[in-house]
Design a protein around this ligand. Sequence first.
Ligand code: BMA
Length: 319
Amino acid sequence: MANGKEMKELFCRYEGNPILTPEMWPVQYPWPLAAVFNPGATKLNDEVLLLVRTESREGYSSLTIAKSADGKTNWKISERPTLLADRNSGEEFFGLEDPRITWIEERKEYIIVYVSFRVGMAGWVPSISLISTKDFISFERLVGPRLIPPNKDAALFPRTIRGRYALIHRPFIDGRADIWVSFSPNLRDWGADQVLIPAQKEGWDSDRVGIGPPPIETEEGWITFYHGVEKTISGRVYRVGVALLDLETLEIIRRSPVWIFGPKEDYEMRENNGGVVFPCGNVVNEKTDEIFMYYGAADKTVGLSIASLKEILNFLKSC
Ligand code: BMA
């Protein structure tokens, strides 16, 4: 039976979902895990590399590498956490969360942007940290953060825009949670802040919005997936929308009025937080025209959903 006028689903879940669960973690891993979710994603030496948020039973998160040749199966999972909170860098023990990975061709290195926690006026305050790496073996923490907390959901554009790096982030300001962008000549000092994608007045993305994976560059503009949150009587629902941003001004050219990916499968509706799909990483395969979107399912496991880049663009143009 149809549920009203049909909308073609742009994303198709991989049939082997969830692709990563806590039960798959190696026995050598130093502590038991309660959840593995919200991974950043990139390509490294012809493999897909996920940097997975791994949460202990105490509720502290670290980031752990999992690699696969096809991005779907046979994940090789690191026996140790790859990145832990570093007190010397001001990161408190609560951990590291929700990484987004961007390859910066101009620097010939990856920048990982993630949420860390700092002691502030109101206790643990989420804020943005940056790390660089060339090989995912050695890492260098960049000086920072220089963005005002509380702040979450950050991702770097893959190239400079009008000579400056552009960082997407989501500060809480006066009860509002909109997506912002700030600019920097050196990845350290950020300014020229402006709202990039505001939360809507009502509907599925009215409570708050936050960036998903880093934007994808196309001739028509930056394809930018983001999560939108709706507050319902039974809790918050996290879904995914998409916008097309101008390549140079970053103004919104198109924004989907409807969400295009939302929780519905059993593993997205159960523990820990039923009703949440939360993508932080994409891998694009231009040859097959596919976007692999990796997402946290219910703050518990990792799912994969696949879309056609062309179809996403056509959909955006119809918005
Ligand atoms: C957000 C973040 C994510 C989490 C999501 C849903 O605020 O903390 O890590 O997946 O909420 O609970």
